[in-house]
Structure formats: structure tokens, C-alpha cells
Ligand binder design. Structure first.
Ligand code: SF4
Length: 688
């Protein structure tokens, strides 16, 4: 056996969980993680972390880690060597390519993997296979926010930094359980509220910790945020409280937009949202008169059929009141995964090359064709949602999923897993034999963040380096090496020896990252895109206009129709969200003993009124039934939800998994599933 190295090591890494992007030093001895220690130099978090960043690392050394590629033989998996797995995969991919063409293959990149790995996934799809069928899990979360911001201000990212949220005189959060989903960022807001007297308004269905701390808390009816946002904007204009200079200098499309607001009277908004007119007036006045306003939002806004339009309404309000381009202002779609921002930034999207340049733009395509030495596909490929539909329709034969538990996190999982079974070839690359991997033909064992070098981009557009703490667990490889190996079996030799070379290539091709180099990102240094060639970055966007030809932003007219409601049979509305201690489907956090002990079981939150009406108590067991499926779990009775609202944590992969209940309805502009619009009926299994 090789001599074991007994030295203690310290390496900087970036958290593998949420989009806040906390960075810290990890002290290790061999593969043992001794301590996680934030540094005062950590740009996003300073000396803070949350429970997940500090203690959530056991999964790296879990006995469940896969250590050999698996190939399906009938109803079981056989362990094989890498060579055999790769040859098998590539032979079968080639066969599909030859018989059915490149658009029968599809690729899903991982928002937990690095920017360099996202870059390679889209390069594999586009250069080696010749398809734009590549997407990532931002389709499940913030794609509507990106859409809303692109339409209005031109960049699909947070306008400023976490520091700006600390500086903002009024922070509004909409559909975001910030304290549990983005804990360190929430602390920043809380601190400014407490120490500097800044204001916090919270709009949410659920009375969570931030709602309880807020200066004002509003509970609009599910799916109606667009209405109150537009009504508040209209009222500001009716009163003449808009920022006239800003509109004059920096904004196009005023007249048409103004006209589109006509239906959004206070009476109409109050009727639909349930918020009294007087309160809407107060919100309008506070927004119009506050020195700076920043609006944060998350899945409570985006995972609706009008997710993109609601995100657009947020941006419209900020434009009308001149809340862009100044410290403490702007739009903050809070990113879920550690690298969901970067995964989209680096091109794993069906319509964009890295840096959000359209595949349909001939000049852009020509640039990549020259660099990659081959003709590239032009038309937009399939997004995640379309891929599942296409499999059911016999139009997609292969899917390669990297680091994503699609069979749990996609909506309507009965439908999704039925699609998996129809694939000719299903490749899953992950740390564990996830629920999704159970359906695979080939499973490739990958390495987590602590075992690799690379970069992540957090919610502030901040690109940060991670350094590997120890080598990949025996038998596993970092995702970038696996993708490169696969390209090699197709006869394409990329020849990258280190992720820095991948970043150098991306920076040379995508103007958004022109000045990004590993040297500039050394240690705790970071860069917030766009990064000019000389290395100048932009912590605060739009200080000198917007990235459109005339530098002016665009107001975007909207309409509203009620698209979802409960009915007589399915009379309860199910909402869902994160818990502080867990992350998404729980593949990582459920493998961390301290966390698992703290929150072992998922639960179903029921209001006191509903519990009384149905004669149930704390600990009762219920079955929730939607039109797509059913989920069972234990009840907790709480004042966090009201009336006929039910809340389910999304962190369960067992019988109470939320996506047994969700269906195929999506945001009309981005195909993001409407996870938050589920009507169910409840059957009581055990009263207490
Ligand atoms: Fe990690 Fe987010 Fe917690 Fe920071 S706040 S330690 S990034 S999970």
C-alpha cells in the first residue's frame, strides 16, 4: 500500500451548497476533514457560515460513494473499468447519432459542478455531437428571473453585491425564505435592519423567520405577485412619484408600458391578492420615497406559470423608481445552488453560448466554429422540460445527466421516470446511486468539490476559485475529466491538463469573461462579471447605463390572468421550500450525521384552522393527493401557514417527495415547472 501522508493541510474552497458562495479554509489530514474555517478575506461571507457550510461535509467520505462505473445488465448493475464504460457509452451514442441524428441526444449539466465543467458539457454537446440540446437546473428555478431581467435591463444576474443588500435602505423579499435558503445573506439584511434602521418588507405565503422579523409582512394569494407589483407601480405613476430624470435618461418604452398598467387599479389588486388597498398605497409610498430599494426574490416568484412575467414586473418597478445603478439598489434573484449562476453563464443552455450569446447569431457561431474547428448547430435546442416531453414522443433517445437528481427534483416525477425507461441510452454521472441513477444504463462515478480545482460563480456574479483538499476518491474522477475522456473516445482530443486552461479558452471566446484568469482569482481574490480584458470587474451593474445599443433599459408591458386556483375537489394549495439544514433532494445533507439527527424526517405543515377542521393533531399522518400522484407524511400544526395552505419541505426524496404531486404545467416563457401551483386533497390516515 502507498505510504499515507500524515501532514495537515489547509486549502481554500467555496461552499458546495447555496448560491451565497461562502468561501473558507478547509483543514484536512489525508481524507479526514478536521475543520472548516471562514477567513476575514472571504468576499461574500467574511467570518460567517451556516450549518451546511460548516458541518455539511460528511457526504464526501460516505460509504455510499460510487467508486466504479456501473453498466446495466438486465435488472442489475455490473461494476466495470473506466475504459470499458467509456467505450460502451460512446459506441452506443455513435449508433444513435448515425441512425437518428444529433438532436436525438441531450445533455444536462450540473449546477453543483464548476464553471469549467459546464463549459465542457456544452462544448461536448455542440462541438462533438452537434446539438444544442443542453440545459441545466436553472430551468427548475431562476430561468424566469433571468428572462425578466434580460427583457428589461439586459443582464440576467444580481444587479449588485451582498454588500448592497446591507446598504439598501429598503430591502423587499418576495417568495424567498431567505433565512433558511440563503442564511448568510439573510444575516446581512437582518444586521442592517437592526443596527442601521434599514427597512425590510417581506411578501410571502408563509410566515417564516424573515416574515416575523420584517417591518411589514404581506401574504398575497398564491400566484398574484405580478398584480400587486403592477398596481404599486401604477399608483406611483398616478401620484407622479416616479424618478423622472432616470426615466428620461435611461429608459425606453414608457408610453406603451404606462398604458399596459391601466387594468392594475388598487381595487383590482386588492381583490385578487387579498392585500387591503391602504396597505398597497403604503408600499408604493415607501418604495417611491426610500433613498434606495433592492428587491430579492426566489422560487416563490419564479416557479409559477407567470414566473417570467412576475420577475419582469419587479424589474419594471425598479426602473420606474430609478432603483438601478446606485449602491443599495437593484434586482436580486437569489440563486439556489452554489453554481447555478455559473452553469448558465458558461453556456449549458439550449440557446446560448457562454456569456449569453445566442447560438442563432451568425457572428458568434462563426467565432466558436473557428475555435473548435467544426460547424455548429444554430437553432435553439431542447430545454429540460422539452427533453422529457420529447422522450415520451419518441424524439429523444439518449440523455446524459451530470450531477442532477432529475428523477426527484423535476416536476411530476412519475411522468419523468416513465420517460427515463423509454430511453435507448441513459447516462448518469454522480457521487451516489441516486434515484435517477437507478434508471440509468451507465453510471459514472464523479468527485465532489473538495476533490477538485475550478471556479464557482455565486448569486452576486462573483467568480471564485476552489482548490482541491485531497485527490479524488479512488475510482472516481472530476466531471471535467470524465467529459474530456468521453470526447477523447469520440476521437476529439481537447488536451486540457488543468481547469485553468478551460477557463482561459472560455475567457478568450466569451466577451463577458474576457479578463477572467486564474491568476486574478488567486486565493480569496474574486471577480464579478462582466470582466473587461484588463481585469476590471463590475460589483455594481448599470452605473453607466444598460447593455443595450443605446444604453437604455426597456420597460416591458404585462398582462395578467389568473392561471391557477384550487377547486372543489382539490381544495388545498401546497407550497414548498427549503429547510435550513438540508439541501434540495438531500443526497448530500442526509449523508451528514449531525444534520440528519437534527431533522430526520420531512413533515407536512398544516394550519391550525385546517387541523381543527379535519380533526387532526400534531403527528397525524396524511396522504396528499393531486391530479399527478400522491405523497404521505407526518403533520406538524403551525402558524407559519394559514387557512388552506399546506407547506412541504422540498428536501425529501422519500414518500413525501413534493414532486409526486407537481404536474406538467410550466412558466409560459421559460418552461420552468410551476412547482408552487399545486392543488391537492387530503386524506387523513391517522388522526394523531
Ligand atoms: Fe454554504 Fe450558503 Fe450556508 Fe454560505 S449560506 S455556508 S454558501 S449553504
Amino acid at each position: 500500500a502507498a505510504m499515507r501522508e500524515e501532514t495537515i493541510k489547509k486549502e481554500k474552497t467555496v461552499c458546495t451548497y447555496c448560491g451565497v458562495g461562502c468561501s473558507f479554509d478547509v483543514w484536512t489530514k489525508d481524507r479526514q476533514i478536521l475543520k472548516v474555517e471562514p477567513s476575514a478575506q472571504s468576499p461574500a461571507n467574511g467570518i460567517s457560515t451556516c450549518i451546511k457550510g460548516k458541518f455539511g461535509w460528511d457526504y464526501v467520505n460516505s460509504e455510499d460513494r460510487l467508486q466504479k462505473p456501473l453498466v446495466r445488465r438486465g435488472d442489475h448493475f455490473e461494476e466495470v473499468e473506466w475504459d470499458e464504460a467509456m467505450q460502451y457509452v460512446v459506441d452506443r451514442m455513435k449508433k444513435i447519432l448515425a441512425e437518428k441524428g444529433p438532436d436525438h441526444l441531450a445533455f444536462i449539466a450540473s449546477s453543483k459542478a464548476t464553471n469549467e465543467e459546464s463549459y465542457l458539457m456544452q462544448k461536448l454537446a455542440r462541438q462533438v455531437i452537434g446539438t444544442n440540446n443542453v440545459d441545466n437546473c436553472s430551468r427548475y428555478c431562476q430561468a424566469p428571473a433571468t428572462k425578466g431581467l434580460f427583457r428589461t435591463v439586459g443582464y440576467g444576474g444580481d444587479s449588485g453585491s451582498i454588500d448592497d443588500l446591507g446598504d439598501s435602505k429598503l430591502v423587499i423579499t418576495i417568495g424567498s425564505n431567505t433565512a433558511e435558503s440563503h442564511p448568510v445573506l439573510a444575516s446581512r439584511i437582518k444586521r442592517s435592519q437592526k443596527l442601521l434602521g434599514h427597512k425590510l418588507f417581506v411578501f410571502d405565503l408563509r410566515k417564516h423567520e424573515m416574515a416575523k422579523r420584517a417591518d411589514r409582512f404581506y401574504q398575497p394569494k398564491s400566484g398574484t405577485d405580478l398584480v400587486w407589483l403592477s398596481a404599486v407601480t401604477k399608483y406611483i405613476l398616478d401620484q407622479g412619484w416616479e424618478d423622472k430624470n432616470f426615466l428620461n435618461d435611461w429608459v425606453n418604452g414608457f408610453d406603451e408600458y404606462r398604458e399596459s398598467l391601466e387594468p392594475f387599479t388598487l381595487a383590482y389588486a386588492s381583490d385578487l391578492t387579498g392585500i387591503p388597498q391602504e396597505e398597497l398605497k403604503q408600499v408604493a409610498e415607501e418604495v417611491a420615497t426610500s433613498e434606495s430599494v433592492a428587491i430579492c426574490w426566489a422560487m416563490g416568484v419564479t416557479q409559477h406559470m407567470l414566473g417570467s412575467d412576475t420577475s419582469t414586473a419587479i424589474s419594471n418597478l425598479l426602473l420606474i423608481t430609478g432603483n438601478y445603478g446606485k449602491p443599495g439598489t437593484g434586482a436580486y434573484p437569489l440563486r439556489g445552488h452554489n453554481n447555478v449562476q455559473g452553469c448558465s453563464d458558461f453556456g449549458s443552455m439550449p440557446n446560448f453560448f457562454p456569456g449569453y450569446e445566442s447560438t442563432e447569431d451568425d457572428e458568434v457561431r462563426a467565432r466558436y466554429e473557428k475555435a473548435w474547428g467544426t460547424e455548429l448547430p444554430k437553432e435553439t435546442g431542447m430545454d429540460n422540460h422539452e427533453m422529457i416531453e420529447a422522450i415520451h414522443d419518441g424524439e429523444l433517445s439518449m440523455m446524459y445527466v451530470m450531477g442532477e437528481d432529475t428523477g426527484i427534483v423535476d416536476a411530476n416525477i412519475n411522468y419523468v421516470t416513465a420517460a427515463f425507461e423509454k430511453l435507448d441510452l441513459f447516462i448518469v454521472q454522480d457521487l451516489f446511486l441516486t434515484k435517477t441513477a437507478e434508471y440509468a444504463d451507465v453510471v459514472l462515478p464523479a468527485s465532489p468539490s473538495l476533490e477538485k480545482d475550478g471556479t464557482f460563480t455565486n448569486t452576486e456574479r462573483r467568480i471564485q476559485r476552489l482548490y482541491k483538499s485531497f485527490d479524488p476518491l479512488e475510482g472516481t474522477k472530476p466531471d471535467w475529466e470524465i467529459i474530456q475522456l468521453m470526447a477523447g473516445y469520440f476521437g476529439v482530443d481537447w488536451g486540457y491538463e488543468h481547469p485553468s486552461e478551460i477557463m482561459a479558452e472560455a475567457a478568450g471566446l466569451a466577451p463577458l469573461f474576457a479578463g477572467v484568469t486564474y491568476e486574478r482569482l488567486e486565493g480569496y481574490n474574486s471577480l464579478q462579471w462582466p470582466v473587461a480584458e484588463d481585469g476590471t470587474d463590475e460589483p455594481l451593474l448599470f452605473t453607466e447605463g444598460f447593455p443595450f445599443e443605446d444604453k437604455k433599459a426597456k420597460l416591458y408591458p404585462l398582462t395578467y390572468e389568473l392561471m391557477y386556483d384550487t377547486n372543489e375537489e382539490y381544495d388545498l394549495h401546497v407550497n414548498n421550500g427549503r429547510l435550513l439544514e438540508h439541501f434540495h433532494e438531500g443526497n448530500m445533507t442526509y449523508r451528514t450525521s449531525g444534520i440528519r439527527r437534527k431533522t430526520p424526517n420531512a413533515f407536512i405543515e398544516v394550519s391550525e384552522e385546517l387541523a381543527k377542521e379535519r380533526g387532526i393533531e400534531e403527528g397525524a399522518e396524511v396522504k396528499l393527493i393531486s391530479e399527478s400522484g400522491e405523497a404521505t407524511g407526518q403533520v406538524t400544526v403551525t402558524d407559519r401557514v394559514r387557512g388552506k395552505e399546506i407547506f412541504l419541505p422540498l428536501n425529501s426524496n422519500g414518500k413525501s417527495a413534493i414532486n409526486y404531486l407537481t404536474d406538467n404545467r410550466v412558466d409560459k416563457d421559460t418552461d420552468t415547472p410551476a412547482y408552487k401551483e399545486i392543488a391537492v386533497k387530503m386524506k387523513v390516515l391517522k388522526k394523531k
